[in-house]
Each structure stands twice: as C-alpha cells, then as structure tokens.
Design a protein around this ligand. Structure first.
Ligand SMILES: [Zn+2]
Length: 199
C-alpha cells in the first residue's frame, strides 16, 4: 500500500473506531412500590421524583443515540440484584446512574450531591464523570455541588460498571423541592448529564 493510502486507511480506521464506541446508560430510579423513600412536608415521594428525573434523562439520552436501560418505569419495587447486575461489555462504554433525593432534619440543608465509591471496580471512570457533573450542576444551583467518594449504596459500591448516584436536591428544603418538581429543571439536568457522558 502507498503511504497516502496507508494514512487514509488509518484515518478511516480511527473514525470507524470512534463511531463504534457505543454508550449504554443504565438509569435507576431509586425506591418504588412499598418503598417511597423520603417524603416532603406535603407528602411528595422521593420514589416518584426519582422516576421523573430518570424519565427526563431517558428522553434526553434517546435524542442523543445513547442506548438506555431503565431499571423501573413504573411505581414498583425492585430487588438489589434486579437493580444492578450489569456487566461490562466489549466496545461499549457503560454507565450506571441512580437517582435519589436527599433529606435532612434540618430544613436549611440544600443543594446537589454526586456520589461514587472510590473502592468500586471502575472507580476511576466514575470519578471522572462525577467531577464533570459537579461542575455542570454548579450552573444549576447557587450553593455548589458536593461530591462524596464514599457512597455506601450497594448498587454503587458493588457495581461492575462505573456507577454514580445523583441526589439533585433535598425534599426537606422548600427551595430545593420547588426545583425538584420543576419539569424544566429536570430536563436541564438531564441535558447536562447527557452532555457530560458524551465527552
Ligand atoms: Zn433514597
């Protein structure tokens, strides 16, 4: 093969390769069914808000050719192994995202928290995503986003693929709750997440 043909072949191989890396996003809306999770003063359920954020992310990911697997799509209870038994796949960039809502007895606590587990199997990849999300979410809230690298949730800790837990805000805080129920905010957060995982 001539040198120019070789270069052309190399470029072609590179672009084919870049295109071939499929992103697979597993979205877990935490709680559900008999387990409502935390509740706001007015009875808004964490399980329902998690599902709304999960659905917004699913829609946004679908627009961007990202393969999505939803752990649950209705108000139902899922066991731990049903929630995360996902294995790495060759040629696929997998990411597990679990939504929870925060709560605190002190009603002043507010803001987003992004968690991963630094001892989990693919912690380096999770850390990278967590840091991107932190700076993106900071555009959505005025008090900054906290990263916790010591996530205790089993679906994150024992995950075989990079796993992140997102708490967009506190149901115990009035200001946060208003945002959590806002479809516009749900969609904006979904867009920021998709943007970050595509990079
Ligand atoms: Zn929860």
């Amino acid at each position: 093969m001539k040198k120019t043909a070789l270069i052309f072949a190399a470029i072609l191989a590179l672009s084919v390769n870049a295109k071939a890396e499929k992103i697979k996003l597993i979205i877990d809306a935490a709680h559900g069914g008999t387990d409502a999770g935390a509740k706001s003063a007015n009875g808004d359920k964490e399980s329902e808000l998690c599902l709304q954020f999960a659905n917004a992310l699913k829609d946004e990911a679908a627009k961007n050719d990202i393969e999505v697997v939803m752990v649950r799509t209705t108000d139902e209870y899922k066991t731990l192994s049903e929630r995360n038994n996902f294995k790495p796949e060759a040629g696929v960039k997998s990411l597990y995202i679990s939504f929870h809502m925060n709560t605190e007895s002190s009603k002043t606590a507010r803001g987003a928290v992004v968690q991963y587990n630094s001892k989990a199997k693919d912690a380096a990849a999770a850390k990278l995503v967590a840091e991107k999300l932190q700076s993106s979410f900071n555009r959505l809230n005025d008090i900054g986003t906290v990263i916790n690298e010591n996530c205790k949730a089993m679906v994150i800790k024992n995950s075989e693929i990079p796993a992140i837990l997102i708490e967009p805000g506190y149901v115990s805080n009035e200001q946060d709750l208003r945002k959590l129920k806002d479809k516009g905010i749900q969609q904006e957060m979904a867009m920021l997440i998709v943007n970050d995982i595509k990079q």
